[in-house]
Design a protein around this ligand. Structure first.
Ligand SMILES: *Cc1c(COP(=O)(O)O)cnc(C)c1O
Length: 371
């Protein structure tokens, strides 16, 4: 069988503009690799792709730069990024104080899985600083957890104030920046210690890959990398390539999607069929509540032809869902009310279609379902 020469010589005059997909599980060992394995746990050299892979590193470097961070690492999914980060930090303690308004599967991790493993989790209202203060003060706290923009209510947490409370208590602040994205905010600059991402969403931007990222200072990223190695949630090179490619148009996509989201929110505010509109002023997510509750929301969604009825967000195509029966299906009626997910709420992730066509589509769906 013909294999490429062992020396790097066969690529020396090849200088690709785009990172190659290193679809290789393993790499030739040499003295430099052995030295890194023995001295440093094999964290710096490329010798096995669960530890590190050049294509995966290329995607991580772009995300670190977007977040203004020293380092980043990629994971197999956003949930792998979140779970691996929390389990790493919980080796130094046992209590999490989290916003109540978080992504549905993050909520399951916090209220079901972490307590089953013996950890304490306290939940507070994301936007209520006094609740954060008393919960963090109530017992020794290891992790303070929030999303920059809560899902699906799009409420803002005062990240700087909560980070300060966390640090006073000796806790680390972890922020999920998937919804707001580094286009609108860099949580590390506001005091967060670690940022986690579902790179499945706006970062990659084409609804064609599942991926996650963890962003922090180098030492913290290395600690979490050790658990990506032992827990196994590494990203595949092919998926990393798609993330890297999507990132090349991140700013342009966000600029366009944000302009559309603003225009949609403005127009919906004037529509008599709409009870309330939630748009935080920037970003590409809009949530609004229609008259007539969940049945009406479902009817409106079914009439749309430009927007696609699908969960997830952050793609070039506008995606719409009703949280009660998709991302937050596991919540009871009381829990939905406590999380302020109103009956009749629709969540829009604006894509890059023609804004007028999208808005006209929503308006016709509202008009043709009104009694
Ligand atoms: C989608 C999402 C996740 C989970 O990411 P996956 O890539 O699907 O594992 C976590 N947090 C938020 C805010 C999300 O939207």
């Amino acid at each position: 069988m013909n294999r490429p020469a062992k020396s790097a010589g066969y690529v020396a005059r090849t200088r690709p503009v785009v990172p190659p997909i290193y679809q290789s599980a393993t790499f030739y060992l040499d003295d430099i690799a052995y030295k890194d394995i023995q001295g440093n746990g094999g964290l710096s050299e490329h010798w096995y792709s669960r530890f590190a892979n050049p294509t995966v590193d290329a995607a991580a470097a772009e995300i670190a730069e977007l977040e203004g961070a020293e380092a980043a690492l990629m994971t197999a999914s956003g949930m792998a990024a979140i779970a691996t980060t929390l389990m790493t930090l919980l080796q130094g303690g046992r209590r999490v104080v989290s916003a109540r308004q978080v992504y549905g599967d993050t909520r399951d991790l916090l209220v079901r899985d972490l307590p089953a493993l013996g950890f304490d989790v306290t939940m507070v209202d994301a936007a209520d600083l006094s609740e954060w203060r008393s919960a963090i003060a109530a017992a020794p706290t290891t992790i303070v957890y929030a999303e920059t923009l809560s899902n699906p209510q799009l409420e803002l947490t005062d990240l700087a104030a909560v980070a300060e409370l966390a640090h006073q208590a000796g806790a680390k602040m972890v922020v999920d920046n998937t919804f707001a994205t580094p286009y609108t905010v860099n949580p590390l600059r506001l005091g967060a210690d670690i940022v986690v991402h579902s790179a499945t969403k706006f970062l990659s931007g084409h609804s064609d890959v599942i991926a996650g990222a963890v962003v922090a200072d180098r030492e913290t990223v290395t600690e979490i990398q050790r658990r990506v190695i032992t827990f196994g949630g590494c990203l595949d090179a092919h998926a990393a390539f798609l993330v890297w490619r999507g990132l090349q148009t991140f700013d342009v996509r966000m600029e366009r999607a944000q302009a559309t989201a603003r225009a949609l929110a403005d127009r919906l505010r004037g529509n008599a069929e709409v009870v309330s509109v939630r748009y935080p002023g920037n970003g590409a997510m809009v949530a609004f509540t229609v008259r007539g509750g969940n049945d009406r929301a479902l009817a409106v969604m079914r009439r749309l032809t430009v927007a696609s009825e699908a969960t997830s967000l952050g793609g070039v195509e506008t995606l719409v869902s009703t949280p009660f029966n998709s991302s937050h299906f596991s919540l009871s009626a009381e829990e939905l009310a406590a999380a302020r997910i109103d009956a009749g709420m629709l969540r829009f992730s604006c894509g890059i279609e023609n804004a007028e066509a999208l808005i006209a589509d929503v308006e016709q769906a509202l008009a043709t379902t009104s009694r």
